[in-house]
Design a protein around this ligand. Structure first.
Ligand SMILES: [Zn+2]
Length: 292
């Protein structure tokens, strides 16, 4: 002991305890009690404590898992409410699905089937269309649409006026599983067949506009809640997985009408949920966090 050392006074000790408690509180998750052993010094730490602020004031301190959990519950609630309103208020909308010859990145990618249903699952439009290329085997394997099946189908040029008419009349919001795929597939196919020329056909600006489209897949991803660190967003799930998770029986998979109806059922199932949120350890991203 240093000769100059004097024992701390009671007041000093009390201040020390108070400071230490404040420090621990600052670096402890208020939900699960997990502490950051580095006390905030290691910013990359898995145990880092995040401040949730409102109007400049810290209202919560959470570890990353708990922060993601509460963010998920929040988005889950929002999606459920949004979809509940959509069905409860009987807001008219269309749900669209397309089948194609392959991936959008492929130069020859084009639509071979299109289906549009309304909010009551009534079929508004459905047609196959004959591609100007041989059906790639990889695509036929997925959707069962072969050259033989498509042989007597009308061309995209023939079906386009009717599709345009439906999509532009009343301008209802469009929903689709992976909406960006269907939007791009429509644009790409119309371009391929020279239908983007205004004097030939009125190109529906509404279809071009992203704001008109609502992606059921992204809504489901936010509701389902598997967080991806790599994407820094919720991971997209397949329609098949969404259906099995929500116990929705399906048939006619990977055909436009079947997928459109399945998508509608997923949206309905989410709309019918009302709270009853799973505990944090059942959040899908937890598996991801500890697994990868
Ligand atoms: Zn926590």
């Amino acid at each position: 002991m240093s000769p100059h050392h004097r024992p701390a006074t009671e007041k000093q000790l009390a201040a020390l305890v108070k400071a230490r408690t404040a420090l621990v509180k600052k670096h402890t998750c208020e939900r699960c009690g997990e502490e950051d052993p580095s006390c905030g010094l290691d910013k990359q730490s898995d145990w880092r404590i995040y401040n949730v602020q409102r109007e400049g004031e810290i209202i919560h301190r959470y570890c990353i898992s708990c922060r993601l959990y509460f963010r998920w519950i929040d988005s889950r609630q929002k999606i459920e409410q949004q979809l509940h309103t959509l069905f409860a208020e009987q807001i008219p909308f269309y749900l669209l699905d397309t089948e194609t010859t392959g991936k959008l990145e492929s130069r020859t990618c084009q639509i071979v089937e299109i289906a549009i249903i309304d909010q009551d699952a009534q079929v508004v439009y459905q047609s196959l269309c004959k591609p100007d290329i041989t059906m790639p085997a990889s695509a036929s394997e997925v959707n069962g649409l072969t050259d033989e099946v498509l042989a007597d189908a009308p061309t995209f040029t023939q079906i386009w006026p009717e599709v345009v008419k439906i999509l532009t009349a009343n301008e209802p919001p469009l929903y689709a599983w992976n909406a960006e795929f269907d939007r791009q597939a429509l644009l790409k196919t119309a371009t391929r067949f020279g239908l983007m020329v205004p004097e030939m056909l009125q190109w529906p600006e509404e279809v071009k506009q992203k704001s008109r489209w609502h992606c059921a897949m992204k809504m489901h991803a936010r509701w389902y809640g598997e967080w991806s660190n790599g994407k820094d967003n919720y991971r997209w799930q397949s329609l098949g997985w969404a259906c099995s998770d929500l116990e929705i029986e399906g048939s006619n998979w990977h055909r436009a009408i079947g997928d459109a109806q399945q998508t509608l059922r997923v949206l309905q199932a989410i709309a019918d949920r009302n709270g009853g949120y799973p505990p944090p350890d059942e959040m899908p991203s937890h598996q991801y966090y500890y697994g990868e």
